[in-house]
Write a protein that binds this ligand. Structure first.
Ligand SMILES: Cc1ncc(COP(=O)(O)O)c(C=O)c1O
Length: 352
């Protein structure tokens, strides 16, 4: 059985929308577009629809992620990849997804919107938020279509060893898609699992240009999987999903020169992360700083309210988790440049 058989029957039977294709013609009267291009500041007129799927950008991203173009679907942020997966695989009121809180909230939100059940397998807080793979496999039921793993994890910052992920992928073969969200992998020394997708047909890797590539405003994410799964998700992605300005900008941002610059930025963030982590660990207001493989730190404070009030006075915003039982007293702090990081550390050091 191919793993695509796990998708909702109506999605497997779907006849995808056929968009207007007009390559090689000069008078385009087939898409109800305007013949007039308004002045948008772009070299390419926005009166025309963009490519149905941006093939050149797909090739560049495939190159960057070390897979083939057939392994890739370009989406509006990796958020959209999560949504597509839940919509394609989960029947409302019937199917379930497995989550490992504390974890990126969108998995839960999209599953809720789709009417899928959510099965939570909490990370081990006392063990630096390690994943209990045995507990996760025991928690999966017959209806579990998706297992979401976030590595490195947001908001915790720790990653799941590749052997553990692959063990879960193998144990769920033929039963569930295991989605590994690698939004922060560039900040970690670990290898991406992208090159496993052709070996394991139930493995999906999500990547994004929003974090290390500094393109959050462009909204460009990538689903990486074996071609059958990519075709299935493609069939429910909106036609012309990526707008012309985004295709142009992200294409440029993936030039060799820009990639080299991104590499230097990543090195700086990693060294700043380690410096800030060590500095915060010596502050009286801080109880614990978790080890991080991402571009942020999770910190437990003695008095979180006091900290947020003080930081507000310095004009600093951090992400707090006041309503979360596991993360009581904790905040996630993004690593910025040295100057802003110093303001943060000095402000926290000043709290008695
Ligand atoms: C773990 C994780 N996955 C996915 C996303 C979504 O990223 P994108 O901007 O590509 O939609 C985020 C954003 O914060 C994230 O933290």
């Amino acid at each position: 059985m191919s793993i695509e058989q796990l998708a909702r029957p109506e999605i497997r039977a779907l006849r995808p929308y056929v968009s207007a294709i007009a390559s090689g013609t000069s008078i385009k009267l087939n898409a109800n577009e305007s013949p007039v291009a308004v002045d948008s500041g772009l070299s390419q007129g926005l009166n025309r629809y963009p490519a149905i799927r941006p093939s050149h950008l797909t090739e560049k991203l495939a190159d960057y992620y070390g897979v083939t173009p057939g392994n890739i679907l370009v989406t509006r942020g990796s958020s959209e990849g999560i949504d597509l997966l839940v919509r394609a695989f989960c029947r409302a009121g019937k199917d379930s997804v497995v989550l490992t809180p504390p974890v990126f909230e969108l998995y839960d939100i999209y599953a809720t919107v789709q009417g899928a059940q959510r099965i939570a397998v909490p990370l081990e807080v006392e063990n630096d938020f390690a994943l209990d793979a045995e507990a996760l496999l025991l928690a999966c039921d017959q209806q579990t279509k998706l297992v979401f793993l976030c590595s490195p994890n947001n908001p915790v910052g720790t990653a799941i060893p590749a052997e553990q992920v692959l063990k879960i992928v193998e144990a769920r073969a033929g039963k569930s898609i295991v989605v590994v969200d690698e939004a922060y992998i560039e900040f970690s020394d670990r290898q991406s699992l992208a090159n496993w997708v052709n070996t394991c047909d139930n493995l999906v890797v999500l990547r994004t240009l929003s974090k290390a590539m500094a393109l959050a405003g462009a909204r460009c994410g990538t689903v990486i999987a074996q071609p059958g799964l990519i075709a299935l998700l493609d069939s429910i992605l909106a036609p012309y999903a990526m707008s012309s300005p985004v295709i142009i900008c992200t294409d440029r941002a993936l030039s060799e020169k820009q990639l080299a610059a991104a590499g230097r930025r990543i090195e700086l963030v990693v060294s700043e992360r380690d410096r800030v982590s060590a500095a915060l660990a010596t502050c009286d207001a801080v109880q614990y700083v978790w080890p991080s493989e991402a571009n942020f730190l999770l910190v437990r404070f003695n008095d979180l309210q006091d900290v947020t009030k003080t930081l507000e006075m310095f004009g600093i915003a951090i992400r707090t988790f006041a309503d979360d039982d596991i993360l009581k007293g904790c905040a996630r702090i993004t690593i910025s440049n040295a100057e802003e990081n110093n303001v943060l550390v000095d402000a926290i050091r000043g709290i008695g």
